[in-house]
Design a protein around this ligand. Structure first.
Ligand SMILES: Cc1ncc(COP(=O)(O)O)c(C=O)c1O
Length: 387
């Protein structure tokens, strides 16, 4: 009765774990959730004020499909200023979340049978997006010894005549790895040589610590073959607002806009006004949130490395640690279930991000320090009992 294409899709394992932890909490069980992929801060006041004002002023109608010109211009300015990429405002599309921008980009670029290279471990939605487009997702494993930072070498062996697209995500969810300039230059050369288009998911751009964020679209010869995707969810703690964007050559943006016009129409009108306030207002809020994330990152890495059998490298970006638990239990799903049952702590098993993540656990530190200390104490107790 239902579509074969959609029947193949599996629900997002990260959302599943979060839902399971929430259900336990609702039953009164004291669960500490490290599964969440969203900042735990409030949206900054000046951004909320811009939304209230837009609603008060009656800015409540449909907008142009690719977004209001004020926001498209603000995005183009941001990409020039922060990322060193020159886009005209009509090479920008505003979308309901970066996820929608990624989906539209994949749909605009992938033909049935095309192969899409995805460095692994990878964010959970890239593979389903390729499947919906009729493409074949080809995971390219990165190595834990290199901190999961993807290199041209990791990709080379998986390239075939059918390789059309590469999806990059730096800083990375789930590993926190940031691709450095040298590696990115080599990847860019490879993409030019092999005629591969890049979708660059830069949603964690601002949540970065001692590393430098480089946009692949800014590298020589790459602007014409890159779709740069970003959004407001992580940098401004606006996950529920649903606002993101993509920038790319006009031909691609036009197709994405057609798809958006026939599906979700446009990002919510007054949310777009708030997006302008976020980009044009003070960026102090971003720096403050990142400073707090840094404090938590340092502490959680320290606590994890005190647990026997656990090895946790220091991630350069995002708000996750990807810790190696193979010295405790190599089956990440089994361990995550055990931790939920016995420690009442929700983490996401590494295998949810592809085979390359097996043996690891993703632990989000988008939660307060008290819960981090309590949760890690509980994990340590259960692990010591297993030893
Ligand atoms: C790597 C990555 N890309 C994209 C998204 C989607 O962001 P948005 O909330 O803007 O749709 C997320 C959210 O978890 C993410 O982790």
């Amino acid at each position: 009765m239902v579509s074969e294409r959609l029947s193949q899709l599996k629900p997002s394992p990260t959302l599943e774990i979060t839902a399971e932890a929430k259900a336990l909490k609702a039953q009164g069980v004291d669960v500490i959730g490290f599964g969440a992929g969203e900042p735990d801060f409030d949206t900054p006041a000046h951004i909320k004020d811009a939304l209230y004002k837009a609603v008060e002023e009656g800015f409540i109608y449909y907008t142009p499909t690719p977004g209001i010109s004020e926001l498209r211009e603000a995005v183009a300015e941001k990409l020039k200023h922060d990322n060193g990429i020159d886009y005209a405002s009509d090479e920008v599309i505003v979308t309901p979340g970066a996820k929608q921008a990624l989906f539209e980009a994949v749909m605009a670029l992938v033909n049935p049978g095309d192969e899409v290279l995805i460095p692994a471990p990878y964010w959970v939605s890239y593979v389903p997006m390729c499947q919906i487009a009729g493409g074949r997702a080809v995971p390219a494993a990165t190595s834990s010894e290199q901190g999961f930072m993807v290199s041209a070498e990791d990709l080379e062996g998986s390239i075939t005549k059918r390789t059309k697209l590469l999806i990059l995500n730096s800083p990375s969810n789930p590993t926190g790895a940031v691709i450095d300039r040298n590696n990115l230059l080599e990847i860019a050369d490879l993409c030019i040589k092999e005629d591969i288009i890049v979708v660059s998911d830069e949603i964690y751009e601002h949540i970065i610590y001692d590393a430098e964020h480089v946009s692949i679209g800014s590298l020589p010869g790459m602007r014409e073959r890159t779709v740069t995707v970003n959004g407001f969810s992580k940098a401004y703690s606006m996950t529920g607002w649903r606002l993101g964007y993509a920038a790319a050559p006009r031909e691609i943006i036009k197709l994405m806009s057609n798809l958006q016009g026939h599906s979700v129409s446009n990002a919510t009108s007054f949310v777009q006004k708030a997006g302008v306030a976020a980009l044009r207002g003070s960026q102090d809020c971003v720096a403050e949130m990142t400073a707090e994330f840094r404090r938590r990152r340092d502490r959680i890495v320290e606590l994890l490395n005190e647990i026997p059998g656990v090895d946790c490298p220091m991630p350069d970006g995002a708000f996750y640690v990807f810790a190696d638990f193979r010295g405790v239990e190599a089956d990440s799903m089994k361990l995550a279930s055990l931790l939920l049952e016995e420690a009442r702590v929700a983490v996401v098993p590494g295998v949810a991000f592809g085979e390359a993540g097996e043996g690891f656990q993703r632990i989000s530190y988008a939660t307060d320090m008290e819960k981090i200390e309590e949760g890690l104490g509980r994990i340590e107790k259960v692990v010591r009992r297993m030893k």
